[in-house]
Design a protein. Structure first.
Length: 293
């Protein structure tokens, strides 16, 4: 008896250059290998209730973040085909897709379960919204040239007040995004931790902090320092009122990323972020130049 074909849902943003054409070119070869259960380039499919063995995302890292939000707690694994610039989360280059799908079908791909953050926006006693963050939640100033004071509570106890441009709470995956650009540490994505990174702090003693993923954080903004906003995974900013609070905790719903050619995390740091343990000497070969297309 022939085994059932694996079910694949294609998702992407047709507004991104190359995505619609890439889907058109790859669709016939994909259909020979798998059962294509749907194609969504216009956000018409409810991914939170979709049924498939794989979500194949045509786009960049931002597309994967957006798909992760749309999936919610739906545990379908995600494999990215990089049509962006960076490709830290998107594992495959377009020319690797055929071989990548074959490896996935053969069972040689790795499944990486990435920690996400439960983010709850509280407006007084009312819940204003809930999100799942793959990268980070950022509380910051909404006006150029003004500071914001962010109070941080951890497990019901006041921990610290940061004055500056804002504060980032990032997952291990998000530690390589906005958090590292703000001076935070890089975390191995397999550990269960949360990194707290102040943005342009108004204190020489302020440093980023890596904390256990078991903690629950509560962020509020001092009334004298409003207006302020917060964002989740870089999505549309939400304005904060003086009595608002943001609660952040490790989620019980990780996102499963499929890795085919990604290699070890340290290799990705060298290749994508230029991580190097010594200067380039005149006798060294020229460093590789990443394709910015």
């Amino acid at each position: 008896m022939t085994s059932a074909r694996r079910r694949v849902l294609i998702v992407g943003d047709r507004r991104r250059p190359g995505v619609a054409e890439g889907v058109r070119l790859h669709r016939p070869r994909l259909a020979e290998r798998v059962e294509l259960v749907g194609e969504d380039l216009d956000e018409r499919v409810d991914l939170s209730t979709a049924e498939a063995d794989l979500v194949l995302v045509f786009g960049g890292d931002g597309s994967i973040l957006h798909v992760a939000r749309r999936l919610g707690t739906n545990p379908i694994p995600v494999l990215g085909v990089n049509y962006g610039r960076f490709g830290f989360l998107a594992d495959l280059a377009p020319e690797q897709l055929d071989e990548g799908i074959d490896r996935w079908l053969q069972g040689s791909a790795e499944l990486h379960r990435r920690t996400r953050l439960d983010v709850t926006w509280l407006r007084g006693a009312r819940v204003g919204g809930r999100w799942l963050a793959l990268n980070d939640v950022v509380v910051g100033r909404s006006e150029l040239g003004r500071m914001v004071d962010v109070d941080v509570g951890i497990d019901g106890h006041h921990a610290i007040r940061f004055s500056g441009d804002g504060l980032i709470l990032a997952s291990p995956t998000g530690s390589s995004a906005h958090a590292v650009a703000a001076g935070g540490p890089l975390l191995d994505p397999t550990i269960e931790a949360i990194v707290m990174v102040p943005i342009a702090p108004h204190s020489l003693s302020t440093r980023p902090l890596v904390l256990s993923g078991r903690h629950v954080f509560r962020l509020t903004v001092a009334e004298s320092r409003t207006p302020a906003t917060f964002t989740v995974d870089g999505a549309e900013a939400v304005s904060l009122a003086p009595d608002d609070a943001i609660e952040v905790a490790k989620s019980t719903s990780p996102l499963t990323l499929v890795r085919v050619f990604g290699g070890p995390f340290y290799e990705t740091l060298r290749r994508k972020l230029g991580w190097r343990g010594r200067p380039y000497y005149p006798t060294d070969p020229e460093p590789p130049v990443e394709d910015e297309a």
